[in-house]
Every structure is written in structure tokens, then in C-alpha cells.
Design a protein around this ligand. Structure first.
Ligand code: MG
Length: 168
């Protein structure tokens, strides 16, 4: 059996913060605002994973109101999502993502991000892709006030045959 999932996230840009994208710190003039490290790309991947397994979304596991998780690494959040998905009887086939940001360019960082995400998901690097798009100067993203990310994942059941015994 197979399942697909979609994830989306958006964060405002913020001066004086580190920019984390796909678990990699990217040198840039601004970072992203958020309760965690604000890794918009990983947050989209997390929701795609959880959604594919029909599990609750990222806010369920990591409520923004929880002071305990202030500044938490999104890599830790992703590890939790991977563990929940695996517990539900799924393995990850591939992940595809789009980062929508006017800057920085993703291409110089693509290899590092793919390698990092692949390691976090325990899948080969050729099962992970990240593309960068600008918003052509349009709206808040185009003005550099925010960055957004989209992710799609494919899950495969770990066992052959009906999933009825592993989805309960
Ligand atoms: Mg987020």
C-alpha cells in the first residue's frame, strides 16, 4: 500500500536570526521568525509525512504555546514525525519539496540540504529533492518579508498485504 502526503508552511523573515533551511544553516542577511528554529522547509516535510500517515499535524506534537520547546531544532521535530510514521507501519519512499523565497538562491546549498534531509529521513539522497523558486517580486514573499515551502511525500507500507493490522 502507498500513501501520499502534502505539507505547506510559511514564516516571516526576521533580521538577527539564523536561517535554517532543510536542517542546514544558510548564510543570509536575515533568518525566519518562529517559536522553533523556524525551518520552514522541514516544517513542510513534517506535515507532509504526518498527513500521509493520517496522523495529527505538527502543532499537535509541538504546540507553539509550549515554552518547553522554545528554540527547538526542527531536526528534532522531524525525527519525532519520522518515528510516529514508522510506528504507524510506514516507510518513506521519497520526498520532494519547493522553497519559495526571493533570496537566497538554493542551488549552492541544494546538495547539503538534500544530504541532511535524507539522513534525517533514513533514505537515500536520490529520494530527496529541493527546488528553489522566487515569487517574481510579487506579494510578501516577493518583497522578501516571508519564505514558504511545499512538500510532498510518498509512504509505502512496511508489510505486504492489507494494512488493517498495522494502522490500528
Ligand atoms: Mg512552521
Amino acid at each position: 500500500m502507498k500513501r501520499v502526503g502534502i505539507g505547506y508552511d510559511i514564516h516571516r523573515t526576521a533580521k538577527g536570526r539564523r536561517l535554517m533551511l532543510g536542517g542546514v544553516e544558510i548564510p543570509h542577511t536575515a533568518g525566519l521568525a518562529g517559536h522553533s528554529d523556524a525551518d520552514v522547509l522541514l516544517h513542510a516535510v513534517i506535515d507532509a509525512l504526518l498527513g500521509a500517515a493520517a496522523l495529527p499535524d505538527i502543532g499537535h506534537y509541538f504546540p507553539p504555546s509550549d515554552p518547553e520547546i522554545e528554540g527547538i531544532s526542527s531536526s528534532v521535530m522531524l525525527a519525532k514525525a519520522v518515528s510516529e510514521v514508522q510506528k504507524a507501519g510506514w516507510e518513506i519512499a521519497n520526498v520532494d519539496t519547493v522553497l519559495v523565497a526571493e533570496a537566497p538562491k538554493i542551488s549552492p546549498h541544494r546538495a547539503a540540504i538534500r544530504a541532511r534531509v535524507a539522513r534525517l529521513l533514513h533514505i537515500p539522497v536520490d529520494c530527496v529533492q529541493v527546488k528553489g523558486k522566487t515569487n517574481e517580486g510579487l506579494d510578501a514573499i516577493g518583497e522578501g518579508k516571508a519564505m514558504a515551502a511545499h512538500a510532498v511525500v510518498l509512504l509505502m507500507s512496511k508489510v505486504q498485504g492489507p494494512m488493517s493490522n498495522v494502522t490500528e
